[in-house]
Design a protein around this ligand. Structure first.
Ligand SMILES: O=C(O)[C@H](O)COP(=O)(O)O
Length: 343
């Protein structure tokens, strides 16, 4: 009995967000069964705009996208869906560092301490949501920390598609069973939110809770800069950027990239250093180049993955920024559909 309930739950998770039994759903199911349960001033110093990078591997066929689902009524989605399937070898990736937290405000090293957003951080997340409100989002990944989760949820309150982001809980069997959804229609109007500790901020060791300025006064500016921005020197008993990258990039490659390659549009809400590592991977930055990469709070950054290549498209400055939609036909069509149907 218990195992049949579990199978039912796993089946539910497999089909979350779509009725098709495709490979990516199995992967989503795998992720959720295994796991319990973020640029106007996105400064990219010394980097080329619009650079193209090869994805490390193409593991999923790019045959399916929900880019046309904004209006998922049978009458108006039929022709465009089949059209989109033919051309769906691209997907959008939105990266967003969380909005300002209460410890950002106090200038304290935060790392893996689970601190919520300030009022300003809440406003930043809402503003970020407005900027991406015309970009399709099929799946959301966040860290296990509340500041990233708040940011993702607040941003999605602004999305024009009005799908409901729902956190997948599979920390134990009861959590899985008790969070089942029994309506296929409701599932289709939902966005799975997967939380992963691997996307957490770097663990800042014995600096967590210390004031950044006071620490610099005490240990010297150079030492603190080395702890904060060197690639492979960890703070006392904490993680270096390299160590943080090992788990964050592995997670991105193993869990998120296959979703993108299968045509799913993904938002990742995470942290300064976990996102710096992922951007280092996407843009193939060297350990020298990543040192000067700084991410502001609450600023979304858009990538397009097309034919296995990541193409950085900068940060949408507004919901209707012409440049963003000129980059890819499917994004432009998605937005056009929203304009036609939503209002
Ligand atoms: O954890 C922190 O204190 C911040 O989120 C990131 O800090 P950093 O800019 O010192 O890396």
């Amino acid at each position: 009995m218990a195992s049949s309930v579990l199978n039912q739950v796993i089946g539910t998770l497999h089909s979350f967000g779509s009725s098709e039994k495709s490979r990516d759903h199995r992967e989503l199911g795998k992720v959720s069964v295994r796991l319990p349960f973020k640029v106007q001033r996105f400064q990219v110093i010394g980097l080329k705009q619009d650079n193209q990078r090869s994805a490390s591997s193409i593991r999923a066929s790019a045959s399916q996208t929900s880019v046309f689902d904004p209006v998922s009524t049978p009458s108006n989605s039929k022709s465009t869906s089949s059209e989109s399937r033919k051309k769906s070898n691209e997907a959008a990736l939105i990266l967003i560092r969380h909005g300002e937290s209460l410890w950002n405000e106090k200038n304290l090293f935060t790392g893996c301490v689970d601190v919520p957003l300030t009022k300003k951080g809440i406003e930043e997340a809402i503003e970020a949501g407005k900027r991406i409100s015309n970009i399709p989002v099929d799946m959301i990944y966040t860290s296990a920390l509340i500041r990233a989760q708040m940011t993702a949820m607040l941003a999605m309150t602004q999305h024009r598609r009005k799908k409901v982001p729902i956190i997948l809980h599979d920390e134990n069997e009861r959590a899985r069973v008790w969070s089942q959804i029994f309506s296929e229609d409701t599932k289709k109007q939902s966005i799975p939110v997967i939380t992963a500790w691997q996307l957490n901020e770097r663990m800042y060791g014995e600096l967590q809770g210390l004031n950044k300025q006071e620490t610099a006064d005490r240990y010297g500016k150079e030492q603190v800069h080395e702890w904060r921005r060197s690639y492979d020197i960890p703070p006392p008993n904490g993680e270096s950027l390299e160590m943080c990258a090992e788990r964050a990039v592995a997670y991105f490659r193993d869990e998120i990239e296959p979703q993108l390659l299968s045509g799913k549009n993904v938002m990742v809400a995470a942290h300064g250093n976990s996102l710096r590592s992922i951007i280092m991977y996407l843009d193939k930055l060297t350990s020298q180049e990543v040192i000067s990469l700084e991410l502001s709070t609450g600023i979304p950054m858009l990538y397009i993955i097309k034919e296995g290549k990541f193409i950085r498209r900068g940060s949408p400055v507004g919901p209707s920024e012409a440049g963003v939609y000129a980059y890819t036909r499917t994004l432009a069509q998605y937005r056009q559909k929203l304009d036609e149907v939503v209002l």
